[in-house]
Design a protein around this ligand. Sequence first.
Ligand code: NAD
Ligand code: MG
Length: 400
Amino acid sequence: MSFQHVCVLGATGSIGVSTLDVIARHPDRMAVYALSGHSRMELLAQQARDSAARVVLVPDDAARSRFLAAWQGGVLPEIRVGAQALADTAADPHVTTVMAAIIGAAGLPSALAAARAGKRLLLANKEALVAAGRIFMQAVQEGGAQLLPIDSEHSAIYQCLAGELPAEPGQPVVGLRRLLVTASGGPFRSRNLSELEAVTPEQACAHPNWSMGRKISVDSATMLNKGLEVIEAHWLFSVPVDQIDVVVHPQSVIHSMVEYIDGSVMAQLGQPDMRTAIAYGLGFPERLYSGLGLLDLATMGRLDFEQPDFLRFPCLKLAYDALRSSQAACVTLNAANEIAVDRFLERQIGYTQIPAVIEHCLDRLNGRASQALDALDGVLELDSETRSLALDYCRLSARI
Ligand code: NAD
Ligand code: MG
Protein backbone atom coordinates (compact mmCIF):
# COMPACT_ATOMS: atom_id res chain seq x y z
CA MET A 1 0.00 0.00 0.00
CA SER A 2 1.53 3.33 -1.04
CA PHE A 3 1.48 6.44 1.15
CA GLN A 4 -2.06 7.85 1.57
CA HIS A 5 -3.05 11.53 1.48
CA VAL A 6 -6.37 11.65 3.26
CA CYS A 7 -9.27 14.06 2.90
CA VAL A 8 -11.58 13.79 5.93
CA LEU A 9 -15.04 15.11 5.11
CA GLY A 10 -16.87 15.78 8.37
CA ALA A 11 -13.64 15.92 10.41
CA THR A 12 -15.25 17.67 13.38
CA GLY A 13 -17.88 14.94 13.90
CA SER A 14 -17.72 11.74 15.87
CA ILE A 15 -16.35 9.63 12.97
CA GLY A 16 -14.03 12.46 11.90
CA VAL A 17 -12.44 12.69 15.35
CA SER A 18 -11.94 8.90 15.50
CA THR A 19 -10.45 8.94 12.00
CA LEU A 20 -7.88 11.59 12.95
CA ASP A 21 -7.01 9.53 16.02
CA VAL A 22 -6.19 6.49 13.84
CA ILE A 23 -4.35 8.51 11.17
CA ALA A 24 -2.11 10.11 13.83
CA ARG A 25 -0.96 6.63 14.91
CA HIS A 26 0.49 5.88 11.45
CA PRO A 27 2.58 8.84 10.22
CA ASP A 28 4.74 6.46 8.18
CA ARG A 29 1.74 5.37 6.08
CA MET A 30 -0.60 8.34 5.81
CA ALA A 31 -1.07 12.07 6.31
CA VAL A 32 -4.00 14.48 6.32
CA TYR A 33 -4.38 16.53 3.16
CA ALA A 34 -7.77 18.19 3.78
CA LEU A 35 -10.31 18.51 6.60
CA SER A 36 -13.89 19.77 6.44
CA GLY A 37 -16.05 21.18 9.21
CA HIS A 38 -19.47 22.80 9.20
CA SER A 39 -19.98 24.55 12.53
CA ARG A 40 -17.22 23.86 15.08
CA MET A 41 -14.51 26.14 13.67
CA GLU A 42 -12.41 26.17 16.87
CA LEU A 43 -12.15 22.39 16.75
CA LEU A 44 -11.41 22.47 13.02
CA ALA A 45 -8.60 24.97 13.59
CA GLN A 46 -7.10 22.79 16.29
CA GLN A 47 -7.40 19.65 14.15
CA ALA A 48 -5.82 21.41 11.17
CA ARG A 49 -2.87 22.56 13.30
CA ASP A 50 -2.38 19.15 14.97
CA SER A 51 -2.52 17.24 11.67
CA ALA A 52 -0.69 19.86 9.55
CA ALA A 53 -3.57 19.80 7.06
CA ARG A 54 -2.81 21.51 3.74
CA VAL A 55 -6.44 22.47 3.07
CA VAL A 56 -9.51 23.17 5.21
CA LEU A 57 -13.08 23.29 3.96
CA VAL A 58 -15.65 25.59 5.54
CA PRO A 59 -19.28 26.27 4.54
CA ASP A 60 -19.28 30.08 4.11
CA ASP A 61 -17.40 33.35 4.66
CA ALA A 62 -18.68 33.71 8.23
CA ALA A 63 -17.22 30.29 9.07
CA ARG A 64 -13.99 31.31 7.33
CA SER A 65 -13.72 34.35 9.63
CA ARG A 66 -14.38 32.20 12.69
CA PHE A 67 -11.73 29.74 11.53
CA LEU A 68 -9.20 32.55 11.12
CA ALA A 69 -10.09 33.99 14.54
CA ALA A 70 -9.51 30.57 16.09
CA TRP A 71 -6.19 29.99 14.27
CA GLN A 72 -3.29 30.19 16.72
CA GLY A 73 -0.21 30.35 14.54
CA GLY A 74 1.76 27.94 12.38
CA VAL A 75 1.47 27.49 8.62
CA LEU A 76 -2.06 28.53 7.73
CA PRO A 77 -3.77 25.92 5.51
CA GLU A 78 -5.48 26.96 2.30
CA ILE A 79 -9.12 27.71 3.14
CA ARG A 80 -11.72 26.60 0.58
CA VAL A 81 -15.29 27.83 0.98
CA GLY A 82 -18.68 26.37 0.08
CA ALA A 83 -20.37 23.08 -0.78
CA GLN A 84 -18.82 22.84 -4.27
CA ALA A 85 -15.34 22.96 -2.68
CA LEU A 86 -16.19 19.76 -0.79
CA ALA A 87 -16.85 17.86 -4.01
CA ASP A 88 -13.87 19.44 -5.78
CA THR A 89 -11.48 18.56 -2.96
CA ALA A 90 -12.84 15.00 -2.74
CA ALA A 91 -11.77 14.68 -6.38
CA ASP A 92 -8.49 16.65 -5.95
CA PRO A 93 -5.53 14.85 -7.60
CA HIS A 94 -3.46 15.33 -4.41
CA VAL A 95 -5.96 13.19 -2.49
CA THR A 96 -5.62 9.39 -2.54
CA THR A 97 -8.16 8.55 0.16
CA VAL A 98 -11.46 10.13 1.15
CA MET A 99 -13.25 9.52 4.44
CA ALA A 100 -16.89 10.44 3.74
CA ALA A 101 -18.19 11.24 7.23
CA ILE A 102 -20.53 14.18 6.72
CA ILE A 103 -23.93 13.55 8.30
CA GLY A 104 -27.03 13.09 6.15
CA ALA A 105 -27.76 13.55 2.45
CA ALA A 106 -25.58 16.71 2.60
CA GLY A 107 -22.66 14.30 2.24
CA LEU A 108 -23.92 12.76 -1.01
CA PRO A 109 -22.41 15.09 -3.67
CA SER A 110 -18.89 14.98 -2.19
CA ALA A 111 -18.94 11.20 -1.64
CA LEU A 112 -20.16 10.78 -5.20
CA ALA A 113 -17.39 13.05 -6.49
CA ALA A 114 -14.80 10.87 -4.72
CA ALA A 115 -16.37 7.76 -6.29
CA ARG A 116 -16.31 9.29 -9.76
CA ALA A 117 -12.70 10.38 -9.32
CA GLY A 118 -11.69 6.80 -8.51
CA LYS A 119 -10.49 7.44 -4.97
CA ARG A 120 -10.03 4.96 -2.20
CA LEU A 121 -13.36 5.79 -0.56
CA LEU A 122 -14.08 5.05 3.08
CA LEU A 123 -17.83 5.42 3.35
CA ALA A 124 -19.35 6.27 6.73
CA ASN A 125 -22.11 8.42 5.22
CA LYS A 126 -24.81 5.76 4.83
CA GLU A 127 -27.42 8.34 3.77
CA ALA A 128 -25.55 8.70 0.44
CA LEU A 129 -26.21 5.06 -0.41
CA VAL A 130 -29.78 5.18 0.86
CA ALA A 131 -30.63 8.20 -1.27
CA ALA A 132 -28.72 7.23 -4.40
CA GLY A 133 -27.81 3.53 -4.22
CA ARG A 134 -27.72 2.69 -7.91
CA ILE A 135 -26.17 6.01 -9.02
CA PHE A 136 -23.56 5.70 -6.31
CA MET A 137 -22.55 2.10 -7.05
CA GLN A 138 -22.41 2.90 -10.75
CA ALA A 139 -20.11 5.85 -10.05
CA VAL A 140 -17.83 3.60 -7.98
CA GLN A 141 -17.63 1.12 -10.83
CA GLU A 142 -17.19 3.65 -13.63
CA GLY A 143 -14.72 5.76 -11.65
CA GLY A 144 -12.72 2.70 -10.58
CA ALA A 145 -12.97 3.70 -6.91
CA GLN A 146 -12.12 1.32 -4.10
CA LEU A 147 -15.13 1.39 -1.79
CA LEU A 148 -14.55 0.35 1.82
CA PRO A 149 -17.51 0.40 4.22
CA ILE A 150 -16.98 2.11 7.56
CA ASP A 151 -20.35 1.56 9.21
CA SER A 152 -19.43 -1.12 11.79
CA GLU A 153 -22.04 -3.61 10.53
CA HIS A 154 -20.89 -3.29 6.94
CA SER A 155 -17.22 -3.43 7.86
CA ALA A 156 -18.09 -6.63 9.76
CA ILE A 157 -19.93 -8.10 6.75
CA TYR A 158 -17.08 -7.09 4.43
CA GLN A 159 -14.66 -8.92 6.72
CA CYS A 160 -16.96 -11.99 6.91
CA LEU A 161 -17.09 -12.04 3.10
CA ALA A 162 -13.29 -12.12 2.77
CA GLY A 163 -12.40 -14.55 0.02
CA GLU A 164 -16.03 -14.79 -1.15
CA LEU A 165 -16.58 -11.42 -2.82
CA PRO A 166 -16.92 -11.74 -6.61
CA ALA A 167 -14.17 -10.16 -8.69
CA GLU A 168 -16.78 -8.12 -10.58
CA PRO A 169 -18.46 -5.59 -8.28
CA GLY A 170 -22.27 -5.72 -8.47
CA GLN A 171 -22.33 -9.52 -8.91
CA PRO A 172 -24.04 -11.66 -6.21
CA VAL A 173 -21.92 -13.58 -3.68
CA VAL A 174 -22.03 -17.30 -4.54
CA GLY A 175 -23.10 -19.56 -1.66
CA LEU A 176 -24.56 -16.80 0.47
CA ARG A 177 -27.77 -17.56 2.39
CA ARG A 178 -28.30 -14.26 4.22
CA LEU A 179 -26.76 -11.31 5.97
CA LEU A 180 -27.48 -10.91 9.69
CA VAL A 181 -27.22 -7.24 10.60
CA THR A 182 -26.97 -6.86 14.37
CA ALA A 183 -28.63 -4.02 16.30
CA SER A 184 -28.26 -3.06 19.94
CA GLY A 185 -31.94 -2.10 20.23
CA GLY A 186 -30.88 1.33 21.54
CA PRO A 187 -31.91 2.93 24.83
CA PHE A 188 -35.64 2.05 24.55
CA ARG A 189 -35.43 -1.67 23.78
CA SER A 190 -37.34 -2.62 26.90
CA ARG A 191 -38.95 0.71 27.87
CA ASN A 192 -42.71 0.64 28.43
CA LEU A 193 -44.32 1.67 25.11
CA SER A 194 -46.60 4.18 26.82
CA GLU A 195 -43.54 6.06 28.14
CA LEU A 196 -42.03 6.65 24.69
CA GLU A 197 -44.18 9.70 23.99
CA ALA A 198 -42.43 11.67 26.74
CA VAL A 199 -38.89 10.72 25.72
CA THR A 200 -36.45 13.70 25.62
CA PRO A 201 -33.59 14.32 23.16
CA GLU A 202 -31.12 13.69 26.00
CA GLN A 203 -32.63 10.27 26.70
CA ALA A 204 -32.75 9.38 23.01
CA CYS A 205 -29.09 10.37 22.54
CA ALA A 206 -27.89 8.31 25.53
CA HIS A 207 -26.97 5.16 23.60
CA PRO A 208 -26.17 2.22 25.89
CA ASN A 209 -23.00 1.11 24.03
CA TRP A 210 -21.84 3.57 21.37
CA SER A 211 -20.81 7.23 21.55
CA MET A 212 -21.97 8.89 18.29
CA GLY A 213 -23.28 12.14 16.80
CA ARG A 214 -26.78 13.22 17.87
CA LYS A 215 -28.62 12.42 14.63
CA ILE A 216 -27.40 8.84 14.36
CA SER A 217 -28.00 8.37 18.11
CA VAL A 218 -31.70 9.24 17.64
CA ASP A 219 -31.77 7.00 14.54
CA SER A 220 -30.42 4.17 16.70
CA ALA A 221 -33.14 4.75 19.31
CA THR A 222 -35.90 4.55 16.64
CA MET A 223 -34.00 1.80 14.77
CA LEU A 224 -34.39 3.82 11.58
CA ASN A 225 -30.60 3.58 11.61
CA LYS A 226 -30.88 -0.20 11.23
CA GLY A 227 -33.33 0.32 8.39
CA LEU A 228 -30.85 2.63 6.64
CA GLU A 229 -28.19 -0.03 7.20
CA VAL A 230 -30.34 -2.74 5.58
CA ILE A 231 -30.65 -0.49 2.51
CA GLU A 232 -26.92 0.24 2.66
CA ALA A 233 -26.12 -3.51 2.81
CA HIS A 234 -28.40 -4.18 -0.15
CA TRP A 235 -26.40 -1.78 -2.34
CA LEU A 236 -22.92 -2.51 -1.00
CA PHE A 237 -23.11 -6.28 -1.31
CA SER A 238 -25.78 -6.73 -4.06
CA VAL A 239 -27.95 -8.80 -1.71
CA PRO A 240 -31.75 -8.86 -2.19
CA VAL A 241 -33.83 -7.42 0.65
CA ASP A 242 -35.30 -10.82 1.59
CA GLN A 243 -31.82 -12.10 2.38
CA ILE A 244 -31.05 -9.33 4.87
CA ASP A 245 -32.26 -9.94 8.43
CA VAL A 246 -31.87 -7.81 11.53
CA VAL A 247 -31.13 -9.46 14.85
CA VAL A 248 -31.14 -7.53 18.12
CA HIS A 249 -27.97 -8.12 20.12
CA PRO A 250 -27.90 -5.78 23.12
CA GLN A 251 -24.18 -6.14 23.96
CA SER A 252 -22.99 -4.79 20.54
CA VAL A 253 -20.02 -7.16 20.47
CA ILE A 254 -20.92 -9.05 17.31
CA HIS A 255 -21.03 -6.30 14.68
CA SER A 256 -22.81 -8.45 12.06
CA MET A 257 -22.75 -11.91 10.47
CA VAL A 258 -22.88 -13.71 7.15
CA GLU A 259 -24.63 -17.08 6.80
CA TYR A 260 -23.66 -19.39 3.92
CA ILE A 261 -25.73 -22.17 2.32
CA ASP A 262 -23.62 -24.84 4.01
CA GLY A 263 -24.80 -23.59 7.41
CA SER A 264 -21.59 -21.74 8.33
CA VAL A 265 -22.14 -18.40 10.03
CA MET A 266 -19.19 -16.00 10.08
CA ALA A 267 -19.24 -13.23 12.67
CA GLN A 268 -16.97 -10.27 13.35
CA LEU A 269 -16.56 -9.27 17.00
CA GLY A 270 -15.01 -6.28 18.65
CA GLN A 271 -15.49 -3.48 21.13
CA PRO A 272 -18.12 -0.87 20.27
CA ASP A 273 -15.54 1.65 19.05
CA MET A 274 -15.55 2.90 15.45
CA ARG A 275 -11.74 3.03 15.33
CA THR A 276 -11.67 -0.71 14.49
CA ALA A 277 -13.72 -0.26 11.30
CA ILE A 278 -11.83 2.95 10.46
CA ALA A 279 -8.42 1.27 10.90
CA TYR A 280 -9.63 -1.63 8.75
CA GLY A 281 -10.64 0.78 5.99
CA LEU A 282 -7.46 2.85 6.22
CA GLY A 283 -5.19 -0.19 6.33
CA PHE A 284 -6.93 -2.55 3.89
CA PRO A 285 -5.71 -5.08 2.85
CA GLU A 286 -3.35 -4.86 5.82
CA ARG A 287 -4.31 -4.62 9.48
CA LEU A 288 -3.41 -1.49 11.41
CA TYR A 289 -3.32 -0.84 15.15
CA SER A 290 -6.43 1.19 16.06
CA GLY A 291 -5.66 2.14 19.67
CA LEU A 292 -8.02 -0.46 21.16
CA GLY A 293 -7.16 -2.93 23.91
CA LEU A 294 -8.16 -6.59 24.32
CA LEU A 295 -11.75 -7.78 23.99
CA ASP A 296 -12.47 -9.34 27.39
CA LEU A 297 -15.07 -12.03 26.63
CA ALA A 298 -14.76 -13.81 29.98
CA THR A 299 -15.73 -10.67 31.91
CA MET A 300 -18.58 -10.08 29.49
CA GLY A 301 -19.88 -13.60 30.16
CA ARG A 302 -22.76 -13.81 27.69
CA LEU A 303 -24.10 -12.62 24.37
CA ASP A 304 -27.89 -12.32 23.85
CA PHE A 305 -30.05 -12.22 20.71
CA GLU A 306 -33.70 -11.26 20.05
CA GLN A 307 -36.04 -10.71 17.13
CA PRO A 308 -36.64 -7.01 16.36
CA ASP A 309 -40.06 -5.76 17.49
CA PHE A 310 -41.69 -3.89 14.57
CA LEU A 311 -44.42 -2.52 16.83
CA ARG A 312 -41.89 -0.84 19.08
CA PHE A 313 -39.73 0.19 16.13
CA PRO A 314 -42.10 1.20 13.28
CA CYS A 315 -39.23 3.05 11.54
CA LEU A 316 -37.49 -0.26 10.85
CA LYS A 317 -40.56 -1.55 9.03
CA LEU A 318 -40.89 1.72 7.08
CA ALA A 319 -37.32 1.29 5.85
CA TYR A 320 -37.83 -2.33 4.76
CA ASP A 321 -41.00 -1.27 2.94
CA ALA A 322 -39.21 1.63 1.23
CA LEU A 323 -36.43 -0.66 0.00
CA ARG A 324 -39.03 -3.10 -1.35
CA SER A 325 -40.89 -0.21 -3.00
CA SER A 326 -38.44 2.02 -4.90
CA GLN A 327 -35.39 4.28 -4.88
CA ALA A 328 -37.74 7.28 -4.67
CA ALA A 329 -39.29 5.88 -1.47
CA CYS A 330 -35.78 5.51 0.01
CA VAL A 331 -34.98 9.17 -0.80
CA THR A 332 -38.21 10.24 0.90
CA LEU A 333 -37.66 7.98 3.90
CA ASN A 334 -34.23 9.46 4.47
CA ALA A 335 -35.07 13.13 3.91
CA ALA A 336 -38.27 12.99 6.02
CA ASN A 337 -36.32 11.33 8.80
CA GLU A 338 -33.57 13.98 8.73
CA ILE A 339 -36.17 16.71 9.20
CA ALA A 340 -38.12 14.76 11.84
CA VAL A 341 -34.98 14.06 13.89
CA ASP A 342 -33.84 17.67 13.64
CA ARG A 343 -37.26 18.92 14.80
CA PHE A 344 -37.27 16.37 17.63
CA LEU A 345 -33.79 17.48 18.75
CA GLU A 346 -35.09 21.08 18.70
CA ARG A 347 -38.03 19.92 20.87
CA GLN A 348 -40.56 20.93 18.23
CA ILE A 349 -42.10 17.47 17.87
CA GLY A 350 -42.29 14.45 20.17
CA TYR A 351 -40.27 11.26 19.82
CA THR A 352 -43.24 9.16 18.66
CA GLN A 353 -43.99 11.68 15.91
CA ILE A 354 -40.78 10.77 14.07
CA PRO A 355 -42.33 7.73 12.29
CA ALA A 356 -45.53 9.75 11.71
CA VAL A 357 -43.59 12.41 9.77
CA ILE A 358 -41.90 9.76 7.63
CA GLU A 359 -45.15 7.92 6.97
CA HIS A 360 -46.92 11.14 6.01
CA CYS A 361 -44.24 12.00 3.45
CA LEU A 362 -44.14 8.46 2.03
CA ASP A 363 -47.95 8.53 1.64
CA ARG A 364 -48.01 11.98 0.06
CA LEU A 365 -45.17 11.22 -2.35
CA ASN A 366 -46.37 7.72 -3.14
CA GLY A 367 -47.14 8.75 -6.72
CA ARG A 368 -43.43 9.37 -7.26
CA ALA A 369 -42.52 5.78 -6.44
CA SER A 370 -42.21 4.79 -10.07
CA GLN A 371 -40.02 7.80 -10.90
CA ALA A 372 -36.70 6.62 -12.29
CA LEU A 373 -33.92 8.30 -10.34
CA ASP A 374 -30.90 7.82 -12.55
CA ALA A 375 -29.18 11.17 -11.99
CA LEU A 376 -28.16 13.16 -8.93
CA ASP A 377 -30.39 16.13 -9.84
CA GLY A 378 -33.57 14.04 -9.58
CA VAL A 379 -32.50 12.69 -6.20
CA LEU A 380 -31.71 16.16 -4.83
CA GLU A 381 -35.00 17.54 -6.15
CA LEU A 382 -37.07 14.83 -4.46
CA ASP A 383 -34.95 15.19 -1.32
CA SER A 384 -35.72 18.90 -1.14
CA GLU A 385 -39.42 18.43 -1.95
CA THR A 386 -39.67 15.88 0.86
CA ARG A 387 -37.95 18.23 3.30
CA SER A 388 -40.51 21.00 2.62
CA LEU A 389 -43.37 18.55 3.07
CA ALA A 390 -41.90 17.19 6.29
CA LEU A 391 -41.27 20.70 7.65
CA ASP A 392 -44.87 21.73 6.94
CA TYR A 393 -46.15 18.62 8.68
CA CYS A 394 -43.90 19.25 11.70
CA ARG A 395 -45.05 22.87 11.91
CA LEU A 396 -48.69 21.78 11.93
CA SER A 397 -48.15 19.15 14.56
CA ALA A 398 -45.58 21.13 16.61
CA ARG A 399 -45.90 21.12 20.35
CA ILE A 400 -47.40 24.33 21.71
P1 NAD B 1 -21.64 14.08 13.58
O1 NAD B 1 -22.92 14.81 13.69
O2 NAD B 1 -20.86 13.81 14.82
O3 NAD B 1 -20.67 14.83 12.55
C1 NAD B 1 -21.12 15.23 11.30
C2 NAD B 1 -20.04 15.97 10.52
O4 NAD B 1 -20.67 16.49 9.34
C3 NAD B 1 -19.45 17.17 11.25
O5 NAD B 1 -18.11 17.32 10.90
C4 NAD B 1 -20.26 18.36 10.70
O6 NAD B 1 -19.53 19.56 10.77
C5 NAD B 1 -20.50 17.92 9.28
N1 NAD B 1 -21.71 18.50 8.69
C6 NAD B 1 -22.94 18.61 9.27
N2 NAD B 1 -23.82 19.17 8.41
C7 NAD B 1 -23.13 19.42 7.27
C8 NAD B 1 -23.48 20.01 6.00
N3 NAD B 1 -24.72 20.43 5.75
N4 NAD B 1 -22.51 20.12 5.07
C9 NAD B 1 -21.25 19.71 5.31
N5 NAD B 1 -20.86 19.13 6.47
C10 NAD B 1 -21.79 19.00 7.44
O7 NAD B 1 -21.97 12.71 12.81
P2 NAD B 1 -21.29 11.28 12.98
O8 NAD B 1 -21.93 10.55 14.10
O9 NAD B 1 -19.79 11.41 12.93
O10 NAD B 1 -21.79 10.57 11.64
C11 NAD B 1 -21.22 10.87 10.37
C12 NAD B 1 -21.69 9.84 9.35
O11 NAD B 1 -21.19 8.56 9.72
C13 NAD B 1 -23.21 9.69 9.29
O12 NAD B 1 -23.62 9.43 7.99
C14 NAD B 1 -23.48 8.47 10.17
O13 NAD B 1 -24.66 7.79 9.80
C15 NAD B 1 -22.24 7.63 9.89
N6 NAD B 1 -21.89 6.70 10.97
C16 NAD B 1 -21.56 7.20 12.19
C17 NAD B 1 -21.20 6.32 13.22
C18 NAD B 1 -20.79 6.84 14.58
O14 NAD B 1 -20.37 6.04 15.41
N7 NAD B 1 -20.84 8.13 14.85
C19 NAD B 1 -21.22 4.95 12.99
C20 NAD B 1 -21.57 4.49 11.72
C21 NAD B 1 -21.90 5.38 10.71
MG1 MG C 1 -23.87 1.06 12.14
